[in-house]
Design a protein. Structure first.
Lengths: 156, 442
């Protein structure tokens, strides 16, 4: 799933996350924008987000209400962009074990994904602490504005 | 013992390091979000005792901290503006550049203008040993000049614009060695497509690539840029060619500031490298990446695909050397009736030089459409977008679904000789075939 799929280039004339969300996967899964709900988790395979550096890609997913992307592996620019704007990422291979519509529960600190529908569990390697902090703050900008996480953290 | 990436970043593989960057580049689709974040960051600092009317580093009247001497802003993707939304975006970028007094600002039609990566190279920002980031994935292109250069998103670009620094995780390095003599019509594009075909689109995920061998040494700088440009298609963080006289000569009288070339320690010892890939140049042929991946490669000679459009341009292959190769094939020939050929120089300088050398006349006489520098159709922007079912053979760098237009269109990636030969024949063609077509000596 490359960035041209996540958000086709012709829509790169806005930075508004909600607007971008309406065009997410427009060419490959056009029904996504309509069906996605707040809190949904996107499950993907290898090299998710490969291609362009456009931050519009994770932004579109955030705007769509996606709470987390779980992929077998991530392209590096997409990975950084997602963390920087506060979109949690998990590196785990759920493609075979999860079906669309399954309910999952993510525990980022423990590194466990629980499939509530199927009653299964999958472990994953938690992100480096630095990145977890960025995500807790909601991204790089809130993190920097807070003084680099020096102040007391407020749980989201 | 360290590799080029490890030396430029200054730490060992896997370590996280914060470094001063030499330059941060943004363009018209990534620049506006970056400046918006920059201003958002500044809001958070107002409590820090900054006085209205100036005070912070480089802020001037605006009061927003910005290391303006490190910032390069290039209008290139959707300019001259393709529609109202793009025009508003370009205007917003223009306004930011003016507000923050960005000296390194490149506008449509003006001296030095063009596609951002070509500008960074031509205008002397890229140099050996430098650490450069850009809000565009093909920022890795300057690896051909021995820099560690990599693509980032707008938020990080903003952070670097404000602080002059960014954090990096030091990547492991892979070594690519290409030895031997290239056959006719085979160049840098074929080398990188050949490599991609072997290692795949995540074959260099999170790695730095270094390129060695007699073939690489004998390549002109332009072809090395093509190779570094597509490092990102393998998932690489950087694609570096150790700089030599070709780079130093190019930078003479052009480079801004001083530079110090950085070389890997290992000579003959490959233990610093995570992997070593070796290729015999004689085995590399004119190569085409079929839809829908830059790694889906076959020899051009094995394809028999009719095309609707032939595209010569982009940061990958839009330089004078590429134009010369294409013009040599198009001279005295016509683009097929069924094909639209589009020629887009990577910069104003390339355009001027192509004019001086009579290449534009050749393209026009052959029946091609020529325009000024822009990213244009490469990413499905404009100036050559494809309709449903259409196929384009192109010197660009990506061919994912819908890359150049309709989701049911197709892009075949190739070198300039293949694109020119295909334009004439109306089907994807190995350039060697072209000599058989007419009596004109190529």
């Amino acid at each position: 799933m490359d960035t041209d799929q996540i958000i086709p280039a012709e829509y790169l004339t806005t930075g508004d996350a909600k607007e971008l969300a309406t065009h997410a996967f427009a060419k490959s899964r056009p029904e996504f924008a309509r069906k996605v709900k707040e809190g949904d988790v996107v499950v993907a395979g290898e090299n998710f987000g490969c291609g362009s550096s456009r931050e519009h890609a994770p932004r579109a997913l955030l705007g769509a209400g996606v709470s987390c992307v779980v992929a077998k592996s991530f392209a590096r620019i997409f990975f950084r962009n997602a963390i920087n704007i506060g979109l949690p990422l998990v590196e785990a291979d759920l493609c075979e074990s999860v079906d669309e519509g399954d309910e999952v529960e993510m525990n980022f600190e423990a590194g466990v994904v629980r499939n509530l529908t199927k009653g299964e569990e999958c472990k994953f390697k938690p992100l480096p602490e630095f990145m977890q902090r960025l995500l807790e703050w909601g991204g790089l900008v809130p993190y920097i504005k807070s003084g680099g996480g020096e102040k007391d953290k407020e749980r989201k | 013992m360290a590799t080029i990436a490890e030396k430029i970043l200054g730490k060992e593989v896997g370590e996280i390091v914060e470094c001063e960057v030499d330059y941060v580049m943004v363009n018209d689709i990534t620049g506006v979000p970056a400046f918006e974040v920059l201003e958002e960051l500044a809001e958070g600092r107002e409590a820090g005792g900054r006085e209205a009317g100036g005070g912070e580093t480089g802020g001037g009247e605006t009061g927003v901290g910005i290391k303006r001497e490190k910032v390069v802003v290039v209008q290139d993707h959707y300019v001259p503006s393709k529609d109202v939304a793009s025009a508003e975006q370009a205007k917003a970028l223009r306004d930011y550049a003016r507000k923050y007094e960005i000296a390194n600002y490149y506008e449509v039609g003006k001296e030095g203008s063009g596609i951002c990566h070509q500008v960074m190279i031509e205008e002397g920002f890229a140099a050996p040993g430098r650490l450069i980031i850009g809000a565009d994935s093909h920022t890795c292109s300057y690896g051909a000049l021995g820099a560690f250069s990599t693509g980032v998103g707008s938020t990080e670009a903003a952070a670097a614009m404000a602080t002059g620094r960014l954090w990096f995780k030091v990547p492991a390095t892979q070594k690519f060695v290409v030895d031997g003599e290239l056959a006719r019509f085979v160049g840098g594009k074929d080398i990188i497509l050949h490599i991609l075909g072997e290692i795949g689109v995540s074959g260099s995920l999170y790695k730095s690539q270094e390129f060695y061998g007699t073939t690489i040494k004998n390549l002109c700088l332009s072809d090395r840029i093509t190779i570094s440009n597509m490092a990102v298609e393998a998932g690489a963080k950087a694609g570096i060619v150790p700089p030599d006289e070709k780079v130093f000569e190019f930078l003479q009288g052009r480079v801004r500031g001083d530079y110090k070339p950085v070389y890997a320690d290992a000579v003959g010892d490959e233990s610093d490298y995570e992997a070593v890939f070796e290729y015999d140049a004689a085995e590399i042929v004119p190569t085409v990446a079929k839809p829908f991946s830059p790694a889906n490669t076959v020899p051009a000679s094995e394809l028999d695909v009719p095309v609707d459009q032939a595209y010569l341009g982009s940061c990958t292959n839009g330089r004078i050397e590429d134009f010369r190769v294409a013009a040599a094939i198009l001279r005295g020939r016509k683009v097929s009736q069924e094909v639209r050929m589009i020629v887009v120089p990577a910069s104003k300088r390339v355009f001027e030089q192509a004019l001086d050398e009579g290449l534009i006349k050749i393209f026009l006489a052959a029946g091609a459409f020529v325009c000024g520098p822009t990213c244009g159709a490469c990413l499905g922007g404009y100036l050559g977008v494809l309709a449903s079912g259409e196929k384009c053979v192109s010197t660009t760098n990506r061919n994912f679904v819908g890359r150049m237009g309709h989701k049911d269109s197709e892009v075949y990636l190739a070198n300039p000789a293949v694109v020119a030969a295909s334009a004439v024949r109306g089907r994807i063609t190995d350039p060697a075939e072209i000599a058989k077509m007419t009596k004109t000596k190529v």
